[in-house]
Design a binder for this molecule. Structure first.
Ligand code: BES
Ligand code: MN
Ligand code: ZN
Length: 508
């Protein structure tokens, strides 16, 4: 589906011709603020009366439609959306409100929404129009997106799409800030929608070869360097761990390297790594049939890396960035790796395979070790790595680990700003004996206790002394229930976090 587009108009809110004029409101406040005050007087106090009655309270995600009489305002409908309490206001609250507005627009068959951000003036730590423009555009582009590639009937059940967002500015300075923010937000959200599209595509379509083709397209569009290794190339590189996972499938594996040089790199590049298992059956240690179809999402880390690289290149961020994607299926066959097998990784460390379903850490091990040749400033990886992470943090936080406290805090704070929150887990030595092997240097699982941490400790063995952080996105890469600005299915996380982290680094 085509992405929603945005535009900026300089006008009084009451004069904007739109099928749906959106007026956000803080919970519990009796008086309309910002554009709502002006619109209210044109509506003869209709908004004030609704607030007085308490029929609309401004609670988070609440919405109410009002119908102006002819000529009162230029909009066909006015939508009040709740922001929650004024003191709790964040860009995430704004994203939610915009998501709610887009859903209401769909329900009403309105193809466009217009929004004034003047309401946020005077809130504690006023985020300003650039940040708000960014958050609003991000949320609208994400909320409007839908995956309908395999629906042969385009009408009927499909909700009417919202195609555009209009941001209302009161003067030229405001318009300029909104434009800069909205441009950034729309580019990032289109990157995230690319990630959602790739993750949503089934395993028979989104193969490693397909991911490589998408990478080629991004590289071609933005002049990036690209290298793609096939099985033979991996053999020459000595990627024994990636090859061990790939040996069980006839589908061609790929190792994808993208390089974006937006700045000279005296300090070495930033490196993003994404797990690209295009279908995870578990291999010989096969998974139960129930919900195995969800394992097409096991390349969500790779998808987010591609989405982020597209956005970073399109934004021309001044940074040197390398992206690495190890990609294969994990299937059982007569050629598959077996429990007890011992393999030699790219780094040279030997690994005893205890469970063939712990395949993500194997392919990442070779990618992390490959990254060391760039002498990176920092490495950040994302992977749908452990079911244990879903048990620990559920669907509301990414598991965050690393070998450098400052980097871990930097990534946590980027996630907070981006609306893709992470929570740290410790990589203490105390857990390390769980992955000791009797026969090899390491084994690939550490048993049930602290399964997310022992997976993180396994990865840590392959990064050496490069500052590195790891994101376990098993609980956040896709959702069974819709959120205000994300439908159910692939979320695209952590595309926004990646871009926000890189943006923070590129301004140093
Ligand atoms: N891709 C899975 C992890 C996963 C599980 C992601 C559920 C999303 C939802 C990963 O490859 C895996 O199978 N991990 C095993 C590791 C275990 C064998 C040590 C797991 O979590 O069960
Ligand atoms: Mn697995
Ligand atoms: Zn997996």
């Amino acid at each position: 589906m085509a992405n929603l587009t945005y535009s900026i108009v300089q006008a009084a809110a009451a004069e904007v011709e739109t099928p749906l004029l959106v007026l956000p409101h803080f919970e519990g406040e009796r008086a309309p603020v910002g554009a709502a005050a002006e619109v209210d007087s044109r509506l003869g106090g209709a908004i004030a009366r609704v607030l007085e009655r308490g029929d609309f309270k401004g609670k988070r995600d609440e919405a109410l439609v009002l119908y102006p009489r002819d000529g009162e305002v230029a909009a066909e409908r006015v939508l009040l959306v709740g922001l929650g309490k004024r003191d709790d206001y964040t860009m995430e609250r704004l994203r939610r409100a915009v998501g709610t507005a887009v859903r209401q627009a769909e329900r009403l068959g309105a193809p466009a929404v217009a929004l004034s951000l003047a309401f946020q003036e005077g809130v504690r730590g006023d985020p300003g129009f650039r940040s708000a423009g960014r958050a609003a555009a991000e949320a609208a582009v994400l909320a409007a997106w839908d995956f309908r590639e395999f629906k042969t009937q385009q009408d009927g059940a499909a909700p009417a799409g919202v195609a555009s967002l209009v941001l209302i500015a009161r003067d030229g300075a405001e318009a300029e800030e909104l434009e800069r923010g909205a441009h950034f937000g729309a580019v990032v959200a289109r990157g995230e929608n690319l990630a959602r599209e790739l993750a949503s595509r089934p395993g028979n379509v989104a193969t490693p070869t397909h991911l490589a083709e998408v990478a080629e397209r991004i590289a071609g569009a933005h002049g990036l360097g690209i290298t793609v290794l096939d099985r033979e190339g991996m053999r020459k590189e000595g990627m024994g761990a990636l090859l061990a996972v790939a040996q069980g499938t006839e589908e061609e594996p790929r190792f994808i390297v993208l390089e974006y040089k937006g700045a000279d790199s005296a300090e070495g590049p930033l490196v993003l790594v994404g797990k690209g298992i295009t279908f995870d059956s578990g291999g010989i240690s096969i998974k139960p049939a129930e919900r195995m179809e969800d394992m097409k999402f096991d390349m969500s880390g790779a998808a987010a890396v591609l989405g982020a690289v597209q956005a970073i290149a399109e934004l021309k961020l001044p940074v040197h960035l390398v992206a690495l994607i190890p990609s294969t299926e994990n299937l059982p066959s007569g050629r598959s790796m077996k429990p007890g097998d011992i393999i030699r990784s790219h780094l040279g460390k030997t690994i005893e395979i205890v469970n063939t379903d712990a395949e993500g850490r194997l392919i990442l091990a070779d990618a992390l070790s490959y990254a060391r040749r760039y002498r990176p400033r920092a490495i950040l990886d994302a992977a749908t790595l452990t079911g244990a992470c879903v048990i620990a943090l559920g669907h509301h936080a990414i598991g965050l680990m690393g070998n450098d406290d400052a980097l871990v805090e930097e990534v946590r704070s980027a996630g907070e700003r981006a609306g893709e929150r992470c929570w740290p887990l410790p990589l203490w030595d105390d857990y390390r004996p769980q992955i000791d092997s009797t026969f090899a240097d390491l084994k690939n699982t550490g048993g049930r206790p602290a399964g997310t941490i022992t997976a993180g400790l396994f990865l840590k063995e392959f990064v050496g002394d490069v500052p590195w952080a790891h994101l376990d996105i098993a609980g956040t890469a896709y959702r069974d229930e819709a959120a205000p600005y994300l439908r159910k299915g692939a979320t695209g996380a952590p595309t926004r976090l990646f871009v926000e982290w890189v943006r923070g680094r590129s301004e140093r």
